[in-house]
Ligand binder design. Structure first.
Ligand code: NAD
Ligand code: UFG
Length: 337
């Protein structure tokens, strides 16, 4: 029988790409999203990509009665939980909002799952839970820590999941620590579309490529890295999406909980990303070197052995593919949505 998945935050950047992969893998999927950081038009775009109607419920994960109704109406086999707040800077200004949505939201989902006897959950964690003193490649067993309220909420959520699975051995969880998601679906119909000035590198570069901003601001070129700019592990969002299908498979078919990094296992510098984007859009993008950004570290990339061993997961797309699909999205889909 077809397995049914509840996808919270499924109209957002990572959730929408994961939806496409889940449909391709034969799952029946219901999306719940409150549209606080996404658009309703994504539903139609997902329908165009998948060739089937999108099953969507507009609801907030903080609304317990709405959640109860959702869990009462359908018998879900698993939940993939993307809904949450993710802006590091904003989390410093509004820490309580982050605790409420990210932490209380997860507890609400877990309690509803318990009532409905749903025993598999995939959770969106982040490489931000690694203590900044760790040296890359980052391995799952390394010490954790946090430097801002957003990171704190992800760490607390991981700890809540550990306690919940300890108390209920039936419950299986896939904790996925994402590195830096980038790129867009090859159709150009879905991608990352931040509402405010982007804080992250790739969406900022894409707006320089589209002519919206004049130049890329490079936060520091005096790091102990090959070219002096910060190094991160960028992973194509479609690869990240297939990682969720692998995680579901491990939970539902093998009954195995896991905590794994999802990255490429390779670092790219800011200059590497800028050069790749310049190739993708066909012109050299202007940049300026500015002082380091507070809180940034020199380099960070994943050890991907666990993902390979436990999930059989490996990426298939490189930085050129991330930039080409991002540019295709910015140039086409993002304009008329
Ligand atoms: P996103 O903002 O594009 O997607 C999140 C979705 O959740 C949005 O559609 C939003 O409308 C919805 N949402 C927010 N609050 C909600 C609520 N209270 N009730 C219902 N829906 C709600 O973000 P994303 O980049 O797709 O990230 C998804 C998850 O992955 C988040 O939990 C984020 O913390 C995590 N993550 C993201 C990154 C990244 O760099 N993008 C890195 C690591 C982890
Ligand atoms: N950078 C620039 N200019 C910009 C933006 C970024 O030079 O305009 C540099 C940064 O200094 C860093 C690199 O590009 O060296 C990547 O920065 P991002 O802001 O894109 O990503 P971060 O690695 O800082 O943060 C991301 C997510 C966080 C998450 C963290 C760890 O945004 O939510 O990865 O997983 F916590």
């Amino acid at each position: 029988m077809t397995q049914k998945i509840l996808l919270t935050g499924g109209l957002g950047y990572i959730g929408s790409h994961t939806y496409v992969e889940l449909i391709a893998a034969g799952y029946d999927v219901v999306i719940v999203d409150n549209l606080s950081n996404s658009k309703l038009s994504v539903c139609d775009r997902l329908a165009k990509i998948t060739g089937q109607e999108t099953s969507f419920i507009q609801a907030d994960i903080l609304d317990r009665s709405a959640l109860s109704q959702i869990f009462a109406k359908d018998a879900f086999d698993a939940v993939i939980h993307f809904a949450g707040l993710k802006a590091v800077g904003e989390s410093v200004e509004k820490p309580l909002d982050y605790m409420q949505v990210n932490v209380t939201g997860l507890v609400n989902i877990l309690q509803e799952m318990q009532t409905a006897n749903v025993n598999a959950l995939v959770f969106s964690s982040s490489a931000t839970v690694y203590d900044v003193s760790n040296v890359s490649p980052l391995k799952e067993g390394m010490p954790t820590g946090y430097t801002n309220p957003y990171g704190y909420t992800k760490l607390v959520c991981e700890q809540i999941l550990a306690q919940a699975t300890h108390a209920n051995p039936e419950l299986k969880t896939g904790i996925l620590r994402y590195f830096n998601p980038a790129g867009a679906h090859s159709s150009g119909l879905i991608g990352e579309d931040p509402r405010d000035i982007p804080n992250n590198l790739m969406p900022y570069i894409s707006r320089v490529a589209s002519g919206e901003y004049e130049f890329v601001r490079i936060w520091g070129d005096d790091y102990p890295t090959p070219d002096g700019t910060g190094v991160r592990d960028y992973i194509h969002v479609d690869d990240l999406a297939t990682g969720h299908v692998s995680s579901l498979h491990a939970l539902l078919d093998k009954g195995e909980s896991h905590l794994v990094n999802l990255g490429r296992g390779q670092g790219y510098s800011v200059m590497d990303v800028l050069n790749a984007y310049s190739r993708a859009c066909g012109r050299e993008l202007p940049h300026q070197i500015l002082p380091r950004r507070a809180g940034d570290i020199a380099q960070m990339y994943a050890d991907v052995e666990q993902a390979k061993q436990v999930l059989g997961f490996e990426v298939c797309r490189d930085m050129d593919a991330m930039c080409a699909t991002s540019w295709n999205w910015i140039n086409t889909g993002a304009k008329d949505g």
